[in-house]
Design a protein around this ligand. Sequence first.
Ligand SMILES: [Zn+2]
Length: 265
Amino acid sequence: MPKATYRIYPIYLGEIPEHDKSSFTYMVDMGKKTTCPFISFLLLGSNGRKILVDTGPCDAEWAAEYHMPLNIPAGCELTAILKERFQIAPEDLDYLICTHLHWDHSCGNHKFPGKKIYVQKRELEYALDPLPIHRGTYESPQYGVVSSWVKAKDQLELVDGDTEIDDGIRLVLLPGHSDGMQGVLVHTEDGEYLLAGDCINLYENWTGNAKLRHIIGGLHSDVKAYFKTYEKIEALERDEHIRIIPGHDPAVLEHEAYPVPHTPV
Ligand SMILES: [Zn+2]
């Protein structure tokens, strides 16, 4: 049987309109404002699989109270987009993958009742008892609210490290941004794509600048692990010629799907 191939569809779910860029690029461009789009990814397989990666943020009201002001334009609700753009209902999905449990990636988890949600074991462990500075980011129990991902906690399917979960779908542990951050390696007609989540927020994290080969993100739970993770991704580039899709780069949304069809010369 030939290996399944997938098309990757980024889905825009609103944005933080005024975001300090250095939270994406550690110690680089401090004070500079940028936008932070929220992006989920739908994977449609040649084998008929329908897989959702990340479920986006809470609504603007909740965010204004517990996080920050958001801009969520009309028509940006995830289940409505799945229905209208892809004719997919929550029950049609095979399973979900959460790159990590930060609120802007997991607040829609409860919208998919009964579906497995793959998360790293160590991500859940940390999310339940993070350092005080990360409690808001996880909406962890100590934060005093019941977060959406906790509502869907029974659906979490825990994995421990790099794991092939399906034909053409591999989870890779990429700690640094968070302890149990994971990327998704997706097999496509154009080779392997890495959905890097917040390990690589922007293309710039990976392309670096004149001084740094790569720039780690400004939000992290472990800087040393972050650098090791970038070495791991370098090895994936070298050995498997992966292509990278960042977690929050507006440029990701310039294409309807990946691989981008080749333009005839
Ligand atoms: Zn994050």
